[in-house]
Ligand binder design. Structure first.
Ligand code: SF4
Length: 386
């Protein structure tokens, strides 16, 4: 756990995170009649998406779910369109939402046409089941006419039969081939407002599939591990899959799929971005794992501070370290902007490795929040590692 002077210096001098060059697409939507845009790719901030789980045609509940996701920080919300009544409801959903709405279409290209008419910000089609090439072409031409982006959402579980027969298993090459087949269908009609995803439930295959795409194209990529599981396992799989790619600069928008309340998808998505110091500015809470030197109840302090930081939604870009002892804490967290380390009954407060005061242990969370509130980004300069 000890951090050498050299490591601390390296952290402070770390370069800006490089990102793969990608084209940019624009999602157009309106809030209370006022037009807005959200960019994906081309250096735009990486966005976090989620999906509603209720029936889309139950407009009131669907809009309530969209609001809950937007309040949790979802930049884009996708809704499933499996029935005609869902397609019919899209107009009202688009009208009532405050974030860009993406229509998720499988099997029936007519619903995609309907979604475009309803003014959705983007349509996701699953090329493995959208049907005949002429139907896909019809959708692409309609999207082109409206300037609405399309996501080519390839999924390891629903590849076209001929591709599956060729590879025998949804290997990365198979997902890549499926995606490129539909990229070509887009380029044939001169439509390039596309985002691509090649999701797989096997994290390793998912990573390889996206790497193939990232090398071969410059279209923006929507990252996700499909069917990643419950709140216990899903965040781990998603963090490995999405995080590995983002760490290599690959990915423009992300969705964490969880078999749990979708609000958790948004929280985990932002946490993945925050862990890599990508995405929106925000407070990154770091905590030591504790060891035999622990001098108090650090876990409660971490819970309290994380909850308070989440509740306040600070947009200051700084890291806060919570350390279990005063012996090694400040040194180990020298790369953090602010921190506290537990000591005998008291907690030491430090700023970029230097102790600047002490508080009683029961006052730690309040003291940390106060320090964040008082943090003056302009005066303090960039965080270490920025
Ligand atoms: S208790 Fe102290 S030495 Fe142990 S892990 Fe935490 S900061 Fe490091």
């Amino acid at each position: 756990m000890e951090r050498s002077q050299e490591e601390s210096t390296q952290a402070a001098q770390a370069p800006v995170r490089p990102r793969r060059h990608s084209r940019q697409v624009t999602l157009r939507y309106a809030v209370d009649g006022e037009p807005r845009e959200l960019k994906i790719g081309g250096g735009a901030p990486i966005t976090v998406q989620s999906m509603t789980t209720g029936k889309t045609h139950d407009v009131e509940n669907c809009l309530a779910e969209i609001k809950e996701l937007a309040d949790a920080g979802a930049d884009v919300v996708r809704v499933a369109v499996p029935r005609p009544e869902d397609a019919e409801a899209l107009k009202d959903i688009v009208h009532g939402a405050t974030v860009p709405i993406v229509a998720d279409i499988h099997f029936n290209h007519k619903y995609a046409l309907k979604a475009l008419e309803a003014g959705v910000a983007k349509v996701r089609i699953n090329p493995g089941n959208i049907g005949k090439p002429e139907w896909e072409r019809e959708v692409l031409l309609a999207a082109k006419e409206r300037g609405t982006p399309i996501r080519i959402g390839v999924n390891g579980g629903s590849l076209e039969k001929d591709i599956l027969d060729k590879y025998g298993y949804p290997r990365p090459e198979a997902l890549f081939e499926s995606a490129m087949r539909h990229v070509e269908a887009c380029t044939r009609v001169g439509f390039e407002d596309i985002v691509i995803s090649v999701k797989h439930s096997d994290v390793y295959f998912m990573i390889q599939s996206y790497r193939l795409l990232a090398e071969a194209t410059d279209y923006p990529l929507h990252l996700g591990v499909t069917e990643s599981g419950s709140l216990k396992t899903g965040p781990i799989k998603s963090s490995i899959g999405i995080g590995s790619l983002l760490a290599d600069g690959i990915g423009d928008t992300i969705r964490v799929s969880l078999a749990a309340d979708s609000v958790n998808e948004v929280r985990v998505g932002h946490q993945i971005l925050k862990s890599l110091r990508l995405g929106r500015p925000g407070v990154n809470v770091i905590a030591c794992p504790t060891c035999g030197r622990l001098a108090g109840d650090l876990f409660s302090v971490v819970d309290e501070v994380e909850e308070a930081v989440a509740a306040r939604g600070f947009d200051k870009d700084l890291s806060v370290a919570l350390m279990g002892c005063a012996v090694n804490g400040p040194g180990e967290a020298a790369g953090a902007d602010l921190g506290v380390s537990l000591g005998r009954g008291r907690a030491h407060i430090f700023k970029r490795g230097e102790t600047v005061g002490t508080v009683d242990q029961h006052e730690i969370a309040d003291a940390v929040i106060q320090m964040i509130e008082n943090w003056d980004e302009a005066a303090e300069g960039n965080s270490p590692g920025q």
